[in-house]
Write a protein of this length. Structure first.
Length: 229
């Protein structure tokens, strides 16, 4: 008896019309790629002066949002103007107090140079190379950072008066310095009224004394603040 060998039918040998009947229908899940888009009509965050970054076009802003953006821009512009004004103010103060030829710092440096060159001052204070000067006595150990006591004011005639007071130190002694300069109406520069150094236990050293020059230069003498002839 002949045995019949049965082999499983493969998809390849099935006729096309039978293949569809035998092979079950296979479904595959498909995914879509790309970014999801927001649904039409989705609401955006309201624009306020505190969260506005300029991303939303002006034409899409409501009346209130436009007002908020205008407020923010006005505030930013105002801050820019304040910054410019402050920078200009600092520059003006630096020039008038430090860099200007008529600044108190300029006259302070000139006065110190003259003290270091004056034989009488060097004789009392010591070696000129070791003489130092500074402003008011403070807790600041860096002497050059101490403020210079000074006043600048006008008298009734319109003359400007610059008065300074500072300290000098040398290897032998220390002293105080007083300077009074006057810029008279119509003049472009200050001139000394007096400039002297006081060292404790010694006579005052005058480097400038306009009153003494007036008393001895034109036959006039001064008494009780009045020039007499």
């Amino acid at each position: 008896m002949t045995k019949l060998l049965l082999r499983p039918l493969s998809e390849a040998v099935l006729a096309p019309h039978l293949r569809q009947a035998v092979i079950p229908h296979r479904s595959y899940a498909t995914t879509t790629s790309g970014k999801s888009t927001s649904a039409p009509g989705s609401k955006r965050r309201s624009v306020t002066p505190f969260n506005d970054n300029g991303h939303v076009p002006w034409s899409e802003l409501s009346a209130g949002e436009k007002a908020g953006r205008a407020t923010q821009q006005s505030f930013n512009f105002g801050m820019v103007l304040v910054g410019i004004a402050m920078t200009g103010g600092v520059g003006y103060l630096l020039y008038t107090d430090v860099f200007s030829p008529d600044s108190k710092t300029a006259y302070f440096n000139r006065a110190v140079d003259r003290i270091k060159k004056d034989p009488d001052c060097v004789g009392l204070l010591g070696d000129a190379k070791q003489i130092t000067a500074h402003g008011e006595e403070t807790a600041n150990k860096w002497r050059r950072a101490r403020p210079i006591a000074s006043t600048l004011k006008n008298d009734p005639q319109g003359n400007q008066h610059l008065q300074m007071h500072f300290y000098v130190h040398g290897p032998l002694n220390s002293g105080t310095v007083s300077v009074h300069l006057i810029k008279r109406v119509g003049s472009d520069e200050f001139k000394y009224k007096y400039f002297f150094v006081d060292v404790k236990g010694h006579s005052r050293i005058y480097l400038e004394n306009a009153d003494a020059k007036t008393d001895s230069g034109d036959g006039k003498f001064k008494l009780f603040g009045v020039n007499w002839k």
